[in-house]
Design a protein around this ligand. Structure first.
Ligand code: XBP
Ligand code: MG
Length: 250
């Protein structure tokens, strides 16, 4: 095992459960604003999560779930407009403080900062969404806690492609064996693993439970807090929360 020289976090589903009550609601509001009767309920949204990236997800919906809709000639422009409106709604939802960080996230971020271990983000979501989540949970200064934030369209191929992790590793100037990645989904694990990262900690959520995490080092229900340790998939609790001491054993 190598020394830990950075922790790289996914955002949606990992730092916070943003999909169901954040992104999904924001998409529906953008559709309503545009006079569309599309309704992405909780179950349908679970299917749509097969495709990462909001613009890509809207196109997937039209291709697979709403073939009766006749899109305008400029499909890319139409989707980009809907997506821009969705981002504004998402930021407003974050500002309402609707979505808290998942258990143990703030504790682990603070522990790593105190130990001088750089933090980074590798996500498919839009940069504005990342900053609004951080601002409204940890405060505006927390954006500066992250040495690198790789987000959204900064790379052309989104997860499960490895590109966003490769981009973050290059910017950090670190080889993949020196970092630990935190993910919640099979797509995220494959993205990190294909970038060469072998130490991957998964915290599952309702949308990702049961996905293929065979390439992860540890699969838990949460990072946990003192007194409420995380559990493995078989229900077995860890002796304590995920902290640097535990990460060093991976
Ligand atoms: C997150 C995503 C994103 C968000 C929406 O995946 O798939 O598409 O749902 O974000 P991950 P945008 O957690 O693997 O990064 O609408 O800003 O694209
Ligand atoms: Mg995720």
């Amino acid at each position: 095992m190598s020394e830990i020289e950075a922790l790289i976090f996914d955002v949606d589903g990992t730092l916070a459960d943003t999909e169901r009550d954040g992104h999904r609601v924001a998409f529906n509001r953008a559709f309503a604003d545009a006079g569309l009767d599309w309704d992405w309920d909780v179950a349908l949204y679970g299917k749509l999560l097969a495709v990462t990236g909001g613009k890509e997800r809207i196109k997937y919906y039209l291709r697979e779930f709403n073939t009766a809709f006749e899109p305008p000639a400029d499909l890319d422009g139409f989707v980009a407009g809907l997506h821009a409106a969705k981002t504004e709604h998402y930021k407003a939802l974050m500002a309402e403080g609707r979505v808290p960080l998942r258990p143990g996230v703030e504790r682990l971020l603070r522990e790593a900062r105190e130990a001088g271990i750089p933090l980074a983000i590798a996500t498919t979501t839009t940069m504005d969404n990342v900053t609004s989540l951080l601002e409204n949970t940890l405060g505006a200064e927390s954006i500066g806690w992250f040495a690198e934030i790789g987000a959204g369209d900064i790379v052309p191929a989104k997860k499960p492609a490895p590109d966003i992790y490769v981009w973050v590793l290059e910017r950090l100037g670190l080889p993949p064996e020196r970092v630990i990645a935190f993910e919640d989904s099979g797509h995220g694990v494959n993205s990190a693993a294909d970038a060469g990262i072998s130490r991957i900690v998964v915290t599952t959520n309702d949308y990702t439970l049961g996905q293929d995490f065979s390439r992860a080092s540890l699969v838990l229900d949460q990072l946990g807090e003192p007194g409420t340790p995380p559990r493995r998939a078989d229900g077995e609790p860890l002796p304590g929360p995920v902290d640097l001491a535990l990460l060093e054993t991976l």
